[in-house]
Write a protein that binds this ligand. Structure first.
Ligand code: OXD
Length: 310
C-alpha cells in the first residue's frame, strides 16, 4: 500500500529525491513553500519537516506520524496541530558528528594547534609541551544520544566522564551520573563542561551566574545544545573575568547579533550552529528504517516525549 508523505523543508527536493529511490512505493510531495504543499497536505499521512507554518499543518487532517528533521523540537512540542495520539519522532543521528565537533576543539586546545600555527608563521621552534586528554575530567549535561556519544569518545581518550541526567541512573561510558539538582556538585570537578541539553522549562537558564562561577580556572565550556539553557548575560560577565573559555555553537538569539560582546572575547570560539550537520543521506536512512517499522506496526525509534519536552 502506498502512503502519502509530505516533505516540507528548504531542501525538500534533496530529501524527497533520496527517499523516492529508497522507498519507491511512497507518494511524496516535496515542498519548500506553502503553495507547493497546499493541495497535498490534506492527504498527507506522514510529514517530514522541522519548520512548517501552522496554516499548512492545521490542514493535515489525515496525519498519522510527524517525523521531525531536527533533534531539538521545542518549537513544535506543544503544537496543537500535531495530535498527542500520533507518533512524533526526532532525528537521533547527530551524536557522532557533534562528538566530532567537541573533540575537534578539545584536541586543538590540548595539543596547542593554534600556538604551533602561529610559531610556524614566525619560523619559531618552541617545543613547549602540550598536554593530554587522558586523565582529564569531562562533564556532560544531558545524556541522550548526543551526550552518550561524547561520553563514549571521552572514554576512548582515557578521560574520566561525569554526567548530569534528569533521572540519574547508570549510563554506559559515564563514571558518575548526577541528577539535575546535583549539577553544582559536578561543575567544580571537571576540566570541560559540554552542554547538550534540549530547551525545556526545566533547562531554561539552567547554567546561570552561580553555576558558571563554580567552574575552575581554565575550564572550557561547550554549548552544542540550546542557547537558552545558558544565561547569556551571566556567561558574558563570567567570560569578562577571563577565568574560563567557551566554545559556543548555539545562542539565545540566532543568528548571533553583530552587536553581541561574545564576538569580542579572545577566550571564546564562535561557530554558527553547525555542530550537528543536516546530512540528507544519513537522515533519510534513519527515516527509511523507521518507516519500515511504522509500516509493520512496530514501535518507532526517536519518539519525542511530549511531557518531558524532548
Ligand atoms: C536540531 C538543530 O536539529 O539544532 O535540533 O539543528
Amino acid at each position: 500500500m502506498s502512503h502519502k508523505l509530505l516533505v516540507y523543508h528548504p531542501e525538500a527536493r534533496i530529501y524527497g529525491g533520496i527517499l523516492a529511490k529508497k522507498l519507491p512505493f511512497l507518494e511524496i510531495c516535496n515542498a519548500s513553500e506553502p503553495e507547493e504543499a497546499i493541495d497535498f497536505v490534506e492527504q498527507a499521512e506522514i510529514i517530514l519537516s522541522w519548520k512548517i507554518p501552522d496554516d499548512l499543518l492545521k490542514r493535515a487532517k489525515r496525519l498519522k506520524w510527524f517525523a521531525s528533521l531536527g533533534a531539538g523540537n521545542e518549537h513544535l512540542i506543544h503544537n496543537p496541530y500535531i495530535p498527542p495520539s500520533i507518533p512524533f519522532t526526532k532525528v537521533t543521528i547527530y551524536g557522532e558528528m557533534m562528538a566530532e565537533y567537541v573533540f575537534a576543539y578539545l584536541l586543538a586546545s590540548i595539543r596547542n594547534t593554534g600556538k604551533y600555527d602561529e610559531d610556524q608563521k614566525r619560523k619559531r621552534w618552541d617545543p613547549q609541551k602540550p598536554e593530554r586528554l587522558r586523565g582529564k575530567v569531562l562533564g556532560i549535561l544531558g545524556l541522550g544520544s548526543i551526550g552518550r556519544e561524547i561520553a563514549k569518545k571521552g572514554k576512548q581518550f582515557g578521560m574520566t566522564v561525569l554526567g548530569v541526567k534528569r533521572n540519574p541512573e547508570p549510563v554506559e561510558d559515564v563514571d558518575q551520573v548526577f541528577s539535575t539538582r546535583e549539577i553544582r556538585k559536578m561543575i567544580p570537578l571537571i576540566h570541560y563542561l559540554i552542554n547538550t541539553l534540549p530547551l525545556t522549562p526545566e533547562t531554561h537558564h539552567l547554567l546561570g551566574k552561580e553555576e558558571l562561577g563554580l567552574m575552575k580556572e581554565g575550564t572550557i565550556l561547550f554549548n552544542v545544545g540550546r542557547g537558552k539553557t545558558i544565561d547569556e548575560k551571566a556567561l558574558i560577565q563570567t567570560l569578562r573575568q577571563d577565568k574560563i573559555k567557551a566554545v559556543l555553537d548555539v545562542f539565545e538569539e540566532e543568528p548571533l547579533s553583530p552587536e553581541s560582546e561574545l564576538w569580542c572575547f579572545e577566550n571564546v570560539i564562535i561557530t554558527p550552529h553547525v555542530s550537528g550537520i543536516n546530512l540528507p543521506e544519513e537522515i533519510c536512512e534513519e527515516f527509511g528504517k523507521n518507516y519500515e517499522r511504522w509500516r509493520r506496526g512496530e514501535p518507532l525509534t526517536g519518539i519525542v516525549d511530549r511531557e518531558k519536552g524532548y
